[in-house]
Design a protein around this ligand. Structure first.
Ligand code: PMP
Length: 461
C-alpha cells in the first residue's frame, strides 16, 4: 500500500472532522440529495463566496478525507511521467497500465506524430477562431470526409470536444415537446444534452429492449420527436447493444436512433468501424453516429456522422460548433493519420479484441465478478463498495498495476468497481499478472477489511 509521509498525517481535529464528513456523505450516498442551506437574503459584499454550499462539494471532501484516513494516495489526477499506454511510468517506476483509452496503441505512433508535426509546421497550433468565421484548413474537411467514409454515410462534422459534441447536438436537435429515451448506463454528455434541450427524458434498464419497446408503445400517440440514444460499447461495462433489434424497433416505431461510438470505434468489427460492422448492418440505418477522437484516435474532439442535412444543420446551428474554436490543425491531422493506421493495420483491432476477451476469461477463471462485460476493451471488476474499491486500487499500485477505481457518484455505491481498459499492446502475461494481483490484494483486504467502525477508530486516533 502506498502511504503518505507521517508529516502529512491528520491531527485529531482533522480526523474527527473527516469522520463526520464520511458519515454524513455515506448516509447521503444511499438516500436523498443534500438539502441546500439557505443563502443569506442580504448579500454582504465583504464576505467571500461560500462554494461549499454547492451540490457535491461535501462528497468531494469526503473522498479526500476517507483517503487520508486510510493513508492512501489519491488515485485521481495521478501524474504519469510520459506516454501512458499498456505500460506507464509514475514517479519513475513502471506499471502495467489499465487507465488509458489508447485502445490501438496509436498515441505517439511515429506516423501519427509526424502528421501532427507537419501540420504544426504548416498551420501552427490553433485554428484561430470558430471555423465559421476564422475559416477552416483543408485538414478539417479531409478528416470529416474520412470519418464519413469509415461509416459509409454522407458526411461528418467534427467538434473540439467529445462531451460538447453530445451536449450541443442533442441540445440542438431536440425541443421541449420531444422525448429522449436512453439506456440507463448512458454517458453523462447525453444526459447533459437532453437537459439542455428541455426534452422529456426517460431511461430503460441496460440493454433491455423489451422495456424500451414498452416505453415506445406508451409514447407513440404523443406529439413530438423521439430520439433513442445508446452507446456502441458501454464505457463502464464493456458490452454492446443489439443493433439488429434496435433497427427493427426503429422501423416499427419511427424514432431517431443515435449511437455514441466513443468506445466502439477501433474496438468492434473486423476493421474497427464500430457497432454497424460488428452486426453487419448498413450504417445508414442509424440516423446519428457520434464518436470521440480521444480514444482509439488518440487525439481530442468528437464527431457526428450521418446525412448531409444533419451535418450541415449542426454546422449552422450547434452552439458547440458555431461558437467554439475549430479543432487545432495538428490534432485534426493526427486523428486523420490514426484513422489511416486503424484501417491499414486491422491486426491492431484484432489484438485489442483478443486482449479484451483474454482479460475477461482470466478474471472469470479467478472468480472475479465482471458485470455485464463482453470483453469489448473494457472489463470491470465489480467490488461493490467505494472504500474497498479505492483501497484495492491503491494497493494494486504496490503490485505494479495501475487501474482506477470507479466509485460513487460516477456509478451507484453498490456498483463500485475497478475498471480495466485494455489496449492492443497488452500481452497475455501482463493480463495474467494483473488478475493475479487483484486476487492477492482482494484476499489481503478481506482478512482486514476497512469498515466505517474502523474509520471511526482511525479518526479518533
Ligand atoms: N461519450 C462517451 C460514451 C464517453 O465515454 C465519453 C468520455 N469518456 C464521451 C462521450 C466524451 O468524450 P471526450 O472525453 O472525448 O470529451
Amino acid at each position: 500500500m502506498t502511504t503518505k509521509g507521517s508529516s502529512k498525517k491528520l491531527n485529531v481535529e482533522d480526523r474527527r472532522a473527516a469522520l463526520s464528513s464520511v458519515r454524513r456523505t455515506k448516509n447521503r450516498a444511499s438516500s436523498q440529495p443534500a438539502q441546500r442551506e439557505p443563502l443569506s437574503p442580504v448579500p454582504d459584499a465583504n464576505v467571500r463566496a461560500d462554494f461549499s454550499i454547492l451540490p457535491g462539494f461535501r462528497e468531494m471532501r469526503l473522498q479526500k478525507a476517507a483517503a487520508e484516513l486510510l493513508e492512501i494516495d489519491n488515485p485521481f489526477f495521478r501524474a504519469h511521467d510520459g506516454r501512458a499506454s499498456a505500460l506507464t511510468r509514475i514517479g519513475g517506476k513502471e506499471y502495467i497500465n489499465f487507465s488509458s483509452y489508447d485502445y490501438l496503441g496509436l498515441n505517439g505512433h511515429p506516423a501519427v506524430q509526424k502528421a501532427a508535426r507537419d501540420a504544426v509546421d504548416r498551420y501552427g497550433i490553433s485554428a484561430g477562431a470558430s471555423r465559421v468565421v476564422g475559416g477552416e484548413r483543408p485538414i478539417h474537411r479531409d478528416l470529416e470526409r474520412k470519418i464519413a467514409e469509415v461509416y459509409g454515410v454522407e458526411d461528418a462534422v467534427v467538434f473540439v470536444s467529445g462531451h460538447a459534441t453530445n451536449v450541443s447536438t442533442i441540445g440542438q436537435l431536440l425541443q421541449p415537446e420531444d422525448t429522449i429515451i436512453h439506456d440507463a448506463f448512458i454517458h453523462n454528455s447525453i444526459v447533459t444534452g437532453a437537459r439542455l434541450s428541455g426534452a422529456s427524458r426517460q431511461s430503460f434498464p441496460h440493454n433491455d429492449f423489451e422495456a424500451l419497446e414498452g416505453l415506445l408503445r406508451r409514447r407513440s400517440s404523443k406529439k413530438g420527436k423521439v430520439l433513442v440514444a445508446v452507446e456502441g460499447v458501454y464505457s463502464m461495462d464493456g458490452d454492446c447493444p443489439d443493433l439488429t433489434r434496435l433497427v427493427e424497433l426503429k422501423r416499427r416505431y419511427g424514432f431517431w436512433l443515435m449511437v455514441d461510438e466513443a468506445h466502439a470505434l477501433g474496438i468492434l468489427g473486423k476493421t474497427g468501424r464500430g457497432l454497424h460492422e460488428h452486426w453487419n448492418i448498413d450504417a445508414n440505418e442509424v440516423d446519428i453516429w457520434m464518436g470521440t477522437c480521444s480514444k482509439t484516435l488518440a487525439g481530442c474532439g468528437g464527431y457526428i456522422a450521418g446525412s448531409r442535412d444533419l451535418t450541415e444543420y449542426l454546422k449552422f446551428s450547434a452552439s458547440g460548433f458555431v461558437f467554439s474554436v475549430g479543432m487545432p490543425p495538428p490534432v485534426a491531422a493526427s486523428i486523420s493519420a490514426a484513422i489511416d493506421m486503424m484501417l491499414a493495420e486491422p491486426e491492431r483491432v484484432e489484438r485489442v479484441q483478443e486482449a479484451g476477451r483474454c482479460l475477461l476469461k482470466l478474471a472469470r477463471q479467478e472468480g472475479l465478478e465482471t458485470g455485464t462485460s463482453d470483453g469489448h476493451a473494457v472489463v470491470p471488476v465489480m467490488i461493490g463498495d467505494s472504500i474497498k474499491a479505492t483501497t484495492i486500487a491503491a494497493r494494486l499500485l504496490g503490485e505494479g498495476v495501475n487501474v482506477l477505481p470507479i466509485i460513487y457518484p460516477a456509478v451507484p455505491e453498490r456498483s463500485s468497481r475497478l475498471r480495466f481498459f485494455v489496449t492492443s499492446d497488452h500481452t497475455e502475461e501482463q493480463l495474467k499478472q494483473a488478475v493475479t494481483a487483484v486476487s492477492k490484494v482482494w484476499e489481503e483486504y478481506d482478512r482486514d477489511p476497512v469498515s466505517l467502525a474502523k474509520l471511526a477508530q482511525l479518526a479518533a486516533g
